[in-house]
Design a protein around this ligand. Sequence first.
Ligand code: IMP
Ligand code: MG
Length: 181
Amino acid sequence: MKPPLQKILISREQLQSRIKQLAQEINQDYQGQELVLVSVLKGSVIFLADLMQELDLDVEMGFLYLSSYRGETSPQGEVKRYLIPFPDIEDRHVMLVEDIFDTGASLSYAWELCKKKNPRSLKTCVLLVKQDIARTALPPLDYQGFTIPNEFVVGFGLDYKEKYRQLPYIAVLDASSGSNG
Ligand code: IMP
Ligand code: MG
């Protein structure tokens, strides 16, 4: 595998140390409480796995499988949900775990869906937040890892056409190779 990368934006070490910091904050904020981590498939599984190993809390995992379509007709992203079992989150503390906040459409969709199920509390934890994006839908970002420039990135769960999710760092794809889009 020779991924066409322009540059590494966030190294494995930087990811690990920031995720540890986020977990420490979460450990403090939820001390002695149970937390349901709801991860948005597929991009956030690697972040979820690393984050939860640092949590000193009783946690449960839940998944939402969302896919967003982009294109000339849907610049803000139209979100589709594939049905998979979802935990009962009523009256429980819930945290949405997401890989990246781009247009915000996916996280907004997940946020509204969880909200309707009446959790005791609902927060969000997002690894990457893209800068300089005009967003209409804005769920609160409670925990965020890094802000990054408005570029297409891969690695650490994020893909380009399903590839490169396994890279242990976040990298910018090389647009000149014709692989970006
Ligand atoms: P949204 O635009 O915030 O709804 O992001 C939708 C989804 O698109 C994210 O959860 C990611 O899976 C994916 N996505 C957004 N930006 C990137 C990127 O730069 N690289 C790879 N996937 C991305
Ligand atoms: Mg995603």
